[in-house]
Design a protein around this ligand. Sequence first.
Ligand code: GDP
Length: 402
Amino acid sequence: NVVSLSSTTISKDKLLDGLLVSSFDEASCFSRYRSYLYRKTSPHKPSKYLISKLRNYEHLHRSCGPSTKFYNKIMRKGTKFNKIDVSTKCKYLVWTAANGLGNRIVTLVAAFLYAILTDRVLLVKFGADMSGLFCEPFPDSSWLLSRSFPYWKDQKHIETYENILNNFKDTVFHHLGRYLLHPSNEAWEIIRKFYEAHLARANERIGVQIRLFNTHRPPHQTVINEIVSCTLQHKLLPDFNAQKSVVSPLKKTSKAVLVASLFSEYGEKLKTMYQTNKTVTREVIRVYQPSHEERQKSNDDMHNIKAWTEIYLLSLCDALVTSPKSTFGYVAHSLGGLKPWILKRAYNETIPDPPCRHAKSMEPCFHYPPKYDCRDNSTVDFTSLFHYMKHCEDVSGGLKLV
Ligand code: GDP
């Protein structure tokens, strides 16, 4: 029966193949059940094991999270954390913010993985700069650490944990990120409007993320030329037509290029290039840049909303070109389930050859992994011990799951 078949497909798609549960109030978080309408179905299916771990986690969070008896007890001032019985079923992991939004999201998902694997309840300490970005991810509970937490300001008493990488499939961030990170209604409204106005009608959406660190800024034009060279080599965008006299019929297809950068020059230059030159395929290429904040302001709520909506819009693209060593880009490609083309770092006017390299996996890169082997009292290359770990394309000393 066609009707029931299609409704099963819708609910399967809507719940991201079982990653999400259906019990949330839809209006409290539109993005949770509607984001599937804005991107292609992920070819990566979550395993039954992951889904059962998530359901168990939700149960644990409901039993130990905010407003439960045990939670209220530990929230009371004077509770000595090191005196809490370690055998209790309620153990907690508190996430706190550092650096920009990409770094924050990568560590948040890593902390969630650690919480799931060690049966801890994840609580997030969100200040005003983070509180308007995401919906509550866990049913019938909250993940927000309350401001009445006795050590909100003074964290000395809390045991801290190094985030760990674990042996999964290369879809760890992809699934956990899609489970955990739903744009708030405010952020979703910005994403939805931008997507529908500029990206929805294009036949293909190419995201370009340009992140330059303060210490190193090659000329704008070099970066533009590098991007053009990368998109051309890998057939993401067509070449320009040098023979102006040859007129081939206009192609009906169009491509939208979404540029994310702190600087307006990139979007403007790329837009001018595709407006003033015809392409060999005669496809229409439209370039959009949602914002240009000029500098990083990570403690500003509106600035973070822009960053989050751009990360998310990039994740809705069909292909991505990203900058090296940027967690902002990692979150976008992992959420999108995409292996990006990572640009090589340019140092002067010379375009690097090759201009970009295809990522080996969808996982983020861990930039500064431990290198010390305690047993041998020597440094060790962990890729030699774990076959599922490789050095990153963009940070040679970094590690990523493949
Ligand atoms: P990373 O430093 O590239 O690893 O990424 P982070 O996200 O941790 O820090 C960069 C921060 O700079 C972002 O969170 C934003 O606040 C800002 N930023 C950098 N690039 C962009 C961009 O393309 N768009 C917007 N809106 N903000 C950006």
